[in-house]
Design a protein around this ligand. Structure first.
Ligand code: HEC
Length: 141
């Protein structure tokens, strides 16, 4: 009897371990960021000077109407192995979490699908044509 209870406790503890949860369901948006973006942009979104841009500095790109297109079309975003809906969710979250801003209306799966259909051939050249502008920032809720 003692052994049976011991096993039951072990099973309960194992089921509550984070590792056991990892495969359970669709990752949260924060987990999607860690899995698909953080290797380059870092856990804190600051990137790597001269190599990978900081996600904390993307708000001014939205001063240009084409900035919205650019953010969803950079290769790291457009080519991530995620559904259109999860990319949209991730982009909206990144804007809020790291850049303290948002787009109106928020990115949708439909918009992401459309932008993915015509990828940027030269993201940096496209970025260079954007007119940066300080956009108002503030709490996004
Ligand atoms: C392999 C490295 C890598 C990965 C992974 C990656 N990125 Fe990037 N990201 C870059 C680089 C480098 C740039 C600069 C533009 C370019 O050359 O593609 C960039 C540009 C961006 C930009 C535009 C910022 C600017 O200032 O120009 C955004 C937004 C962005 N990435 C978001 C993401 C998100 C969200 C993910 C995860 C889905 C992601 N990236 C995954 C390397 C990466």
């Amino acid at each position: 009897m003692k052994i049976t209870w011991g096993l039951a406790w072990l099973a309960l503890i194992a089921a509550s371990l984070p590792a056991a949860r990892l495969h359970a369901e669709t990752p949260s948006v924060a987990e999607d960021y860690v899995l698909h973006c953080s290797a380059c942009h870092g856990r804190d979104g600051t990137g790597s000077p001269g190599l990978v841009p900081s996600l904390g500095e993307i708000a001014p790109l939205l001063g240009d109407p084409r900035g919205r297109v650019y953010l969803a079309s950079v290769p790291g975003v457009a080519q991530a192995p995620l559904s259109d809906a999860r990319i949209a969710r991730l982009l909206n979250w990144v804007l809020d979490e790291y850049a303290n801003t948002r787009v109106t209306p928020p990115y949708s799966a439909g918009e992401v699908a459309e932008l993915r259909a015509s990828p940027l051939r030269d993201p940096l050249a496209f970025r260079a044509t954007l007119v940066l502008e300080d956009v108002p920032r503030g709490p996004t809720d």
